[in-house]
Design a protein around this ligand. Structure first.
Ligand SMILES: NC(=O)c1ccc[n+]([C@@H]2O[C@H](COP(=O)([O-])OP(=O)(O)OC[C@H]3O[C@@H](n4cnc5c(N)ncnc54)[C@H](OP(=O)(O)O)[C@@H]3O)[C@@H](O)[C@H]2O)c1
Length: 293
């Protein structure tokens, strides 16, 4: 079936939407908008205090209940526990939005021994999706996975071992994590052809949120510049909401969206061999850690 002949039926009203990092920034605005649209929103957050304050704000405004579950994306164990609770208590999501991410100025390792930016921004959505996907496939309803990327991907120098052998940090870690997320999404879209599940990447736009460091003079000035030209988080969220809920996105998969439209990626930096190598490398890493068997 071609994209133009697909019946456009997706209805966000009543759909279960899981948003990682939905307690603040662009994720919270996405949760708010989808809640207004009638979705049954679940925010997956590491800090339950912040999460319940976001839940209260959104519920007061929309009158639609918001669910909260604890999730620390820097821990594979937490991701597994979260998925079990999600499926057990609330069922299989119709939409999974892998929104949460960090920018770490310093080289820090996660509990599982992975550089923190790569752990949260790349390995976590990879693993979380791999746990939820078999349930989506079994249910066979139309479902959407949205990976929130960034136009920073185009600055990500591809490193075959994802920086394992170096002191990855700062912008190089952030840009590589977003490039890896794009490769992963495009690869998964190919594997999901002829299923009811689509996966797309979104660049939300630039917003002066908490993701940017503010603990040095350099970053205080940089953040001030970002603020001048930034979009409000509510505008940035529109891009994610579009990918998650628009009937125009029915059957569309493996794309990169920005400014409410499908954009061309900088193809000169993507290649199929790297994409396949990344998939195989990630599986090996997760197997080595005993995460995937
Ligand atoms: N802001 C921009 O200019 C911009 C531009 C391009 C792309 N993006 C992308 O947009 C998405 C949202 O970013 P944002 O700007 O809204 O940033 P933000 O305000 O810092 O929000 C990030 C969210 O991720 C959560 N998070 C971080 N580490 C986590 C962990 N280990 N476990 C669970 N949750 C964790 C944070 O939770 P806590 O509140 O507990 O820290 C927060 O809810 C990210 O994918 C980012 O890369 C942003």
């Amino acid at each position: 079936m071609s994209e133009t002949t697909i019946e456009k039926t997706f209805d966000i009203d009543g759909s279960l939407v899981v948003i990682t990092g939905g307690n603040t920034g662009i994720g919270k605005e996405t949760a708010r908008k989808l809640s207004w649209a009638g979705a049954s929103v679940l925010i997956a957050c590491r800090n339950l205090e912040k999460a319940s304050s976001a839940k209260k704000d959104i519920e007061t405004e929309t009158g639609n209940p918001v669910k909260v579950l604890q999730l620390d994306l820097s821990s594979f164990e937490s991701i597994k526990n979260f998925t079990n609770r999600l499926i057990g208590q609330y069922g299989i999501p119709d939409v999974l939005i892998n929104n949460a991410a960090i920018y770490s100025r310093k080289h820090i390792k996660s509990k599982d021994g992975i550089e923190m930016t790569m752990a949260v921004n790349y390995y976590a959505p990879f693993y979380l999706t791999s746990l939820i996907l078999p349930h989506m496939l079994e249910l066979n309803n139309e479902a959407r996975i949205i990976n929130v990327s960034s136009d920073a991907y185009s600055f990500g120098k591809y490193i075959p071992d994802l920086g394992k052998s170096r002191e990855l940090k700062g912008f190089s870690a952030y840009a590589l994590s977003k490039r890896a997320l794009m490769y992963y999404s495009f690869d998964l879209a190919e594997k999901l052809l002829n299923t009811n599940i689509t996966i797309n990447c979104v660049h939300p736009g630039h917003s002066a949120t908490g993701i940017w460091p503010s603990d040095t003079w350099y970053w205080k000035i940089t953040k001030a510049f970002i603020s001048i030209n930034a979009d409000p988080a509510s505008y940035a969220a529109e891009n994610i909401v579009f990918a998650a809920s628009s009937p125009d996105m029915c059957g569309i998969s493996g794309k990169y969206l920005s400014n409410l439209e499908i954009c061309n990626t900088k193809d000169n930096i993507f290649n199929a061999a790297e994409q396949k190598q990344l998939w195989d490398f990630t599986l090996c890493e997760l197997e080595e850690l005993g995460i995937l068997k």
